[in-house]
Design a protein around this ligand. Structure first.
Ligand code: R5P
Length: 292
């Protein structure tokens, strides 16, 4: 481990310079992976735009019944046609999602806390890789708590999942958690996303922040941006636009879709930004026209 005394500030991000090891495969950092990994990644990231709209409905894994997700059996089938990838727990997927659907699956495999705990950073790997294979998961999602009390166990969790994923060619999605006492600065996200990427995940999920382009540039695998708390639709679309402009390869949104009064139109508007190059203003106009 390097001596951290006298550490220089990282600054040469070469923002705007294309990722160098792109080769023949379009997903960042995946050029040297095998066929199975590439197949799963191409189920998640649209081969044309290179991007993805993930719909996150895994909130119940620690929040229980969440506003907007009270009836998974009604909400998910309604939104499914308008997104690329479903991010959920095995319980929600098996009980409420028709197996005939053609969408990619991001399977939440870590859990262990609930909203009743003060410290949410202690999790376990709750789903084994054989069940992820049975569910035909395209990636396994694990929460990582860099800088939190549960950092070590979350690194242990993610390492186990990556090792299992490497055995069976299933990508791992490293979710960068932000606890209530953790900073949401580019300094934190550069640290956390890079640690998670260097552990070996194939996709990182994190939050948008200032200097987001630098976070993206320093991360050798694709970043998808989490939505976070419900915002007015206009603001959520601005967040989506800024994320894609900043180099994110997709959005992994939950509440800003399923808590919207017009959730289908909202999912469609996000898709316009992610896949069709719409600006936030154009997407908002689309959203308004679509439900009026
Ligand atoms: C985090 O990993 C959560 O379980 C959600 O998947 C995530 O926060 C995305 O949902 P939202 O856009 O509602 O924050």
């Amino acid at each position: 481990m390097a001596d951290i005394e006298g550490l220089k500030v990282a600054k040469d991000y070469h923002v705007g310079e294309n990722f160098a090891n792109q080769g023949g495969f379009y997903v960042k950092g995946a050029n040297n992976l095998d066929w199975g990994m590439k197949k799963h990644l191409s189920n998640i990231f649209d081969p044309k735009s290179g991007n993805t709209v993930m719909f996150a409905f895994d909130h119940g894994y620690f929040m229980g019944s969440t506003a907007g997700l009270e009836r998974l059996d009604i909400v998910i089938p309604k939104l499914l046609p308008h997104v690329d990838c479903l991010m959920g727990t095995r319980g929600a997927l098996r009980s409420c999602v028709a197996p005939e659907n053609k969408k990619a699956i991001a399977l939440r495999v870590s859990s262990g806390s609930s909203m009743l705990n003060d410290d949410l950073s202690h999790e376990i790997v709750a789903v084994d890789v054989e069940d992820a294979i049975r569910m035909n998961a395209d990636c396994m999602a694990v929460q990582t708590f860099i800088g939190a009390d549960g950092q070590l166990s979350s690194i242990d969790n993610i390492s186990r999942v990556i090792n299992a994923g490497m055995r069976y060619s299933i990508p791992t999605l490293g979710v960068v958690a932000v606890g209530k006492d953790m900073e949401r600065t580019d300094r934190f996200f550069k640290l956390a996303t890079r640690i998670v990427a260097e552990m070996g995940v194939q996709i990182v999920k994190t939050y948008y922040c200032d200097n987001f382009e630098e976070v993206v540039a320093a991360c050798p695998v694709p970043i998808v941006v989490a939505g976070g708390k419900k915002l007015p639709e206009k603001d959520a679309l601005e967040l989506a636009y800024k994320s894609i402009q900043g180099g994110a390869r997709g959005l992994d949104m939950g509440r800003n879709i399923f808590q919207s009064e017009h959730s289908v139109e909202m999912a469609q508007a996000i898709g316009k930004i992610v896949h069709e190059g719409f600006t936030d203003k154009e997407a908002y106009e689309f959203y308004l026209d679509a439900w009026h």
